[in-house]
Design a protein around this ligand. Structure first.
Ligand code: NBP
Length: 478
């Protein structure tokens, strides 16, 4: 077997197959391999004309068909399968070879695998890929981590096959070991928040206006021409106007209202709890999916709990639609701001040195959260790379400020009319919390000191103090 492939892909289900085709279409000779050979054969039979593929049945032949230093992309089910494939590859690899995991790995696994392979003289790149099967084929957003030196040879190939916005590739080196998969995880978390916010906006328009799904779809179509322009708004407009062929009803009205998840939202929230970063938008979005699937609880609640809500009377339709739009934009900015806070905190914790502006830049195309306004995020971090809070950047502060009255009206009206808006409402609460001159956390500290002698600090002098609550209530320095 002569080593003539410039890159290899193992794992040829939807993602791996399309990524391999993308490489081939860009002129690379691609070695392809799958645990069961049938998938390899079908790739060659169905798409062999896309470019130059070198199929192999065995791992040994697959590895031998790739030029050194080898670049091998693993695209299998995340978890144990990834470890199994790595273990199978290792005996065939040589020093300097680069193993790239393009699956949705949990970043602690990526850190573990990177350390293991580096001890063997191998490079391990944990690579986040977003854009689904369509993106993998036509240009995804790619978030590779791992040793920086591996990016020198790997980077140009990945940038070549990535999505481009204004000629700029949606791919850049993110940081060492788990950084790439971490950023992909937060990307998915933000995606959860974005989808939940859009769903709440739809629900508000539905209840407030009594509008049909198709009518709301038209509103989203309009919104997609302005600041909200994004892939998710675009597909929402499309989905809402889709009619179920069987019943003739709006498609969204025949879909069961129980949202599922594969787990990246949950990982994002778990990590945020570990780091102590409030990502309320993502957390509420994750819990909202859980609530939708809480079938026995929903049945019990429907049977027993009164709504005692008003009947929504919208007098000015256009003004209401504009209020919802402004509230959606403001809530969305909060969710992104929180996601970028989480990236900053993790970057500091793990020593990754992640450039947040560059992350916004590579999310502009190819991925599910691709959106026009991401340019503004990049600009904000270019103005101040240490920006402590994205929504405090002058541009975003102005945008959120202009939408504030609308945001308050919408959240208040939703509450009065019994329409749940967990993400809209928690984002507004976060906004008011983070900007508050003084928070009731002072009372919590006092309570903690009362029952657990946990001590407190004072506003008027340095030091840590404790009050003798069960004694004479004198204050001591702790
Ligand atoms: P799947 O996640 O459905 O995985 C199927 C592939 O894993 C097949 O090639 C299968 O081989 C292989 N595999 C399994 Br399962 N166990 C294996 C083992 N023990 N050893 C070797 N190979 C094994 O594929 P996918 O939907 O294409 O996704 C691939 C990766 O990309 C996943 O990590 C996913 O999370 C990630 N991802 C997916 C998307 C998306 O939109 N689908 C987007 C971004 C990232 P077989 O054919 O022999 O069973």
């Amino acid at each position: 077997m002569s080593a003539r492939a410039q890159i290899g892909v193992t794992g040829l289900a939807v993602m791996g197959r399309n990524l391999a085709r993308n490489f081939a279409r860009h002129g690379y000779t691609v070695a392809v391999h799958n645990r069961s050979y049938a998938k390899t054969e079908s790739l060659i039979a169905d798409h062999g004309t896309d470019g130059d593929f070198v199929p192999s049945e065995s791992t040994a032949d697959f590895v031998a068909s790739i030029e050194r230093p080898r670049k091998i992309v693993i695209m299998v089910k995340a978890g144990a399968a990834t470890d199994a494939v790595i273990d199978e590859l290792i005996p065939h690899l040589e020093e300097g070879d680069v193993v790239i995991d393009g699956g949705n790995a949990h970043f602690p696994d990526t850190i573990r695998r990177e350390h293991k392979l580096s001890e063997l003289g191998l490079h391990f790149v944990g690579m986040g890929v977003s854009g689904g099967e369509e993106g993998a084929l036509n240009g995804p957003s790619i978030m590779p981590g791992g040793p920086k030196e591996s990016y020198t040879t790997l980077g140009p190939i990945l940038e070549d096959i990535s999505a481009k916005v204004d000629g700029t590739p949606c791919c850049t080196w993110v940081g060492p070991d788990g950084a790439g998969h971490f950023v992909k995880m937060v990307h998915n978390g933000i995606e959860y928040a974005d989808m939940q916010l859009i769903a709440e906006a739809y629900d508000l328009l539905k209840h407030g206006l009594g509008e049909s799904a198709a009518g709301i779809g038209k509103i989203f179509e309009q919104w997609n021409k302005g600041d909200l322009e994004s892939f998710l708004i675009e597909i929402t407009a499309d989905v809402l106007q889709h009619v179920d062929a069987e019943t003739g009803k709006a498609f969204v009205d025949v879909v069961l209202d129980q949202a599922e998840q594969k787990g990246t939202g949950r990982w994002t929230v778990q990590n945020a709890l570990d780091l102590g970063v409030p990502i309320t938008g993502i957390a509420e979005a994750t819990f909202a999916r859980a609530l939708s699937g809480s079938v026995p609880q929903r049945e019990a609640a429907r049977a027993a709990l009164p709504g005692d809500a008003g009947t929504w009377q919208i007098e000015d339709r256009d003004a209401f639609v504009e209020d919802v739009r402004l509230a959606l934009y403001a809530s969305k900015l909060v969710a992104y701001s929180q996601g970028f806070d989480q990236i900053a905190a993790a970057s500091a914790e793990y020593g990754w040195g992640i450039d947040r502006g560059a992350m916004a830049r590579i999310w502009r195309g190819g991925c599910i959260i691709r959106a026009k306004f991401l340019n503004r995020i990049t600009e904000a971090y270019e103005r101040d790379e240490n920006l402590p809070l994205l929504i405090a950047d002058p541009y975003f502060a102005d945008v959120v400020g202009k939408g504030l009255a609308a945001w308050r009206r919408i959240v208040a009206q939703a509450a009065l009319n019994g329409v749940p808006t967990p993400a809209f409402a928690s984002s507004l609460s976060y906004y008011d919390g983070v900007r508050a001159e003084r928070l009731p956390a002072a009372l919590i500290q006092a309570q903690r000191d009362f029952f657990g002698a946990h001590t407190y600090r004072r506003v008027d002098r340095e030091g840590t103090f404790h009050t003798e609550w069960s004694g004479d209530r004198s204050e001591t320095t702790a």
